[in-house]
Design a binder for this molecule. Structure first.
Ligand SMILES: Cc1cc2nc3c(=O)[nH]c(=O)nc-3n(C[C@H](O)[C@H](O)[C@H](O)COP(=O)(O)OP(=O)(O)OC[C@H]3O[C@@H](n4cnc5c(N)ncnc54)[C@H](O)[C@@H]3O)c2cc1C
Length: 467
């Protein structure tokens, strides 16, 4: 249970700023190791982008569309067996676009079969491709782009490029021009066994995580926006929020890396060289979503769990970002997603640019949101004819919404491009006791990436405090 900020102690071993999956995991691991941890979250609920909202009896999930099998091991090892036990596979992934329409379990075996039988690629080429991407790791050469990788194995085959890339662009905002390793690592994670989800929904997961945090003794305060990280003589001394100072030896910031450097910490705390590196960080794109709730008592057919749909002739990262993109993912939540709540909900997700939405005045903003909803309903009708008559709630979120709730620079959905990782990993060398956790570098994003990064950073903090 969150504690009122006015009632907490004045001193903790560690303050974690932000309760995204990275912040929650770091807080939990550090408390488990015996440290006194204070977790401060500006929103009224925990989870960051791993969140949900309720309307008219519906519960809408924001970022529960699918994660790789790796979550099973990670949750078992770093959270608990009950959390692990609610992870199940989504078996029916659908692609539908002018170049091909197919269903897949989204794993290596099925992709190999499809590449061989539908796209007519020799098995030897497919095997060579999988061997290369599954062997990719962080220390590999970063000069090869995903575009070059695809051209090497499937030259000119824009249909295959789309098949391999479109879901990953939705999953982490990467483009054909990003380093191939950012593609290879994330794609291979999914190819391991397919796409998985959490039965019971995001609300259940975050509730279980909150229980675990409480068991391990983390002090949690919500509705507390940290304004400042206090640095003295090159070391973290504390944080300031709501006019109060909390003293601490270590801060783990789960606020975005750009927020952490430019808004939370005094620039004088960093060397010119570090600030120069930080200035080169590009934040990733943001998102738009349309939430659609099916009226209580109504049913819809099972048309798949995750539908990658597009009427654009070919895959194009820029087209995916357009305000009027013809490409979107539908996540369909059947009653089996939340046993006990006999409801169907649908979420349409699109990648999006903050710049396109921030410039609109209130009236045009509302009109654009209405148009977004109308386009999503029209596209959904191709798969569920007449569905609009069964829907009793629609609502849209835009990059402005994501910015408001998470405070992320330009409402970024997937943190930063690759260069952000090095800055995040080296911030503690600039300011002793200052650590960053959260989506960076494309690789450390998504539910699995954020949790795994939380584990890595908590190990760094633990060694720092014990040294
Ligand atoms: C539309 C959308 C769909 C997605 N779908 C998927 C998916 O299907 N599968 C998947 O694996 N991933 C998905 N993701 C990505 C995934 O949700 C994120 O990568 C992950 O949840 C981010 O975790 P994080 O640790 O970086 O923290 P965030 O979730 O970014 O949370 C940061 C937290 O810090 C808080 N904060 C920031 N500044 C302060 C401050 N000054 N004081 C106090 N608190 C502060 C914020 O309020 C927030 O709660 C999706 C993301 C979006 C936007």
């Amino acid at each position: 249970m969150p504690v009122p900020f006015s009632q907490i102690s004045e001193k903790y071993d560690i303050v974690v700023i932000g309760s995204g999956l990275g912040g929650l995991t770091a807080a939990n691991r550090l408390a488990y190791c015996g440290h006194r941890v204070l977790l401060l979250e500006h929103h009224h609920r925990l989870g960051g982008l791993a969140t949900w909202f309720k309307r008219k009896g519906h519960i809408f999930d924001i970022s529960l569309h699918g994660f790789p099998y790796g979550m099973v091991k990670t949750c078992k090892k770093y959270w608990n067996k009950a959390i692990m036990g609610s992870i199940v596979q989504l078996k029916n992934i659908v692609f539908d676009n002018p170049q091909f329409s197919l269903q897949t379990t989204f794993d290596k075996e099925d992709f190999t079969h499809i590449l061989e039988t539908v796209f007519k690629i020799p098995l030897s080429t497919i095997n060579r491709f999988f061997t290369l991407v599954s062997g990719m790791n962080f220390y590999d050469d970063q000069s090869m782009t995903t575009r070059e990788l695809f051209e090497e194995f499937f030259p000119g085959r824009t249909d295959i490029h789309r098949f391999l890339m479109e879901p990953i662009t939705y999953a982490n905002g990467s483009t054909l021009d990003d380093p191939a390793i950012t593609y290879g690592i994330v794609f291979s994670n999914f190819m391991n066994r397919g796409v998985f989800t959490f039965v019971g929904g995001t609300d259940k997961l975050i509730g279980m995580m909150a229980d675990e945090l409480e068991k391990n003794g983390v002090t949690i305060c919500t509705k507390v926006k940290v304004e400042n990280i206090i640095v003295e003589k090159g070391r973290v001394r504390g944080i300031e929020a709501h006019g109060k100072t909390v003293t601490t030896r270590a801060v783990v910031s789960n606020s975005g890396i750009t927020n952490t450097i430019y808004n939370l910490t005094d620039r004088d705390a960093f060397s010119d060289e570090f600030l120069e590196k930080a200035a080169k960080i590009r934040v990733n794109n943001s998102s738009c979503q349309v939430y659609m709730g099916i009226r209580d008592g109504e049913k819809i057919d099972d048309v798949g769990d995750l539908l990658f749909t597009s009427t654009a002739p070919e895959f194009n990262s820029t087209e995916l970002l357009d305000k009027e993109t013809k490409s979107k993912t539908f996540s369909i939540y059947y009653p089996r997603t939340r046993p006990g709540l006999n409801r169907y909900t649908i979420v349409a997700s699109m990648n999006s640019r903050y710049e396109d939405w921030i410039k609109l005045d209130d009236k045009s903003y509302q009109a654009e949101k209405d148009a977004l909803i109308a386009r999503s309903l029209k596209d959904l009708n191709r798969y569920l004819p007449g569905v609009a008559q069964k829907i009793d709630w629609t609502e849209a979120a835009t990059p402005r919404t994501f910015n408001r709730y998470t405070l992320h620079t330009k409402g970024t959905s997937f943190g930063t491009k690759f260069e952000g990782l090095d800055v995040s990993r080296t911030i503690f060398k600039e300011v002793a006791g200052l650590f960053h956790v959260g989506s960076v570098g494309i690789i450390m994003s998504g539910w699995l990436g954020a949790i795994n990064y939380g584990v890595i950073v908590s190990n760094d903090v633990d060694s720092y405090l014990r040294s």
